[in-house]
Ligand binder design. Structure first.
Ligand code: HPA
Length: 287
């Protein structure tokens, strides 16, 4: 099931009728990383259940609120809680909020997620700037752009080799160094799987060999939809656990560990994103 342009527009218009904030930056918070929304000043908050056409968050650690506000003077909108394939929603429903961002006037999307580390140099607590992705569900035909294409959003065959804005990656690296985060700031390739079961050892080994540095269950669908409608994208993964790659290991991936690591690093991740937002303004990347 796909939403029409008119349905997306109706939801965006409904939101704009209730707040004067006109965000240029849209932020999507990953598992355990929703604290970012609390940094917004002059908040106007909507529960997902009250927004026409919106899906509901069903996952522990995802609040289910759309928060409008300003981050150091910049108008932003923040999804506190996102939707995943494993919740059973059609992929077009998961990515609906991204199109609503576009219709609200957003031109830059910042996404965060929790991910398992595949790169053996990564440690738990590292923050990885996403430079690229591998869309596994897409290989199996599950792409959010499947179905009729509405040119008002974008072209039928969008380019993805420039999905992750290089200027923003560079800027984030600089900001991270200035904040003293150099020791745990990395960059790499994120591979999405549909979940909800975590990966087997053989699957982790395979993904690593295919060039993935981290594995998770989100973000990529949102990135594809954001690029389709011409928004700039920046994304960060918090490495909350090491993917198990070895049959001798006693480690077991679990959601509690994911949330726990999120809590420990969340303040630094929030500061990185909020400083980046101010620097986007200072650098005058906007037209
Ligand atoms: N695998 C998939 N998704 C994840 C993981 C993982 O190890 N950690 C956090 N999200």
């Amino acid at each position: 099931m796909s939403y029409t342009y008119e349905e997306c527009k109706a939801t965006a218009d409904w939101l704009m009728a209730q707040t004067d904030i006109r965000p240029r930056i849209g932020i999507v918070c990953g598992s355990g990383l929703g604290g970012l929304a609390n940094l917004l000043k002059d908040q106007v908050v909507f529960n997902y259940r009250d927004i026409p056409n919106f899906p509901q968050s069903t996952v522990h650690g995802h609040a289910g609120r759309l928060v409008f506000g300003t981050l150091k003077g910049r108008p932003c909108v923040c999804m506190q809680g996102r939707f995943h394939l494993y919740e059973g929603y059609p992929i077009q429903k998961i990515t609906l909020p991204i199109r609503i961002f576009k219709l609200l006037g957003v031109d830059t999307v910042i996404l965060t997620n929790a991910a398992g580390g595949l790169n053996q140099d990564f440690k738990v607590g590292d923050i990885m700037i996403m430079k690229d992705h591998i869309n596994m569900p897409g290989f199996a035909g599950n792409n959010p752009l499947s179905g009729p294409n509405d040119e008002r959003f974008g072209t039928r065959f969008p380019c993805m080799s420039d999905a992750y804005d290089r200027e923003l990656q560079q800027l984030a690296m600089e900001v991270g160094q200035e904040l003293g985060y150099g020791d745990f700031l990395r960059e790499g390739v994120y591979c999405v799987l549909s979940g909800p079961s975590f990966e087997t050892i053989a699957e982790c080994r395979m993904l690593h060999r295919l060039g993935a540095d981290a594995v998770g269950m989100s973000t990529v669908h949102e990135v594809i939809v954001a690029r389709h409608c011409g928004m700039r994208v920046f994304a960060l993964s918090l490495i909350t656990n090491q993917a198990v790659m070895d049959y001798d290991s006693e480690e077991k991936a679990n959601h509690e560990e994911v949330l726990q690591t999120g809590k420990q690093r969340s303040e630094q991740l929030e500061r990185l994103v909020s400083t980046l937002v101010t620097r986007i303004e200072h650098n005058n990347i906007y037209a």
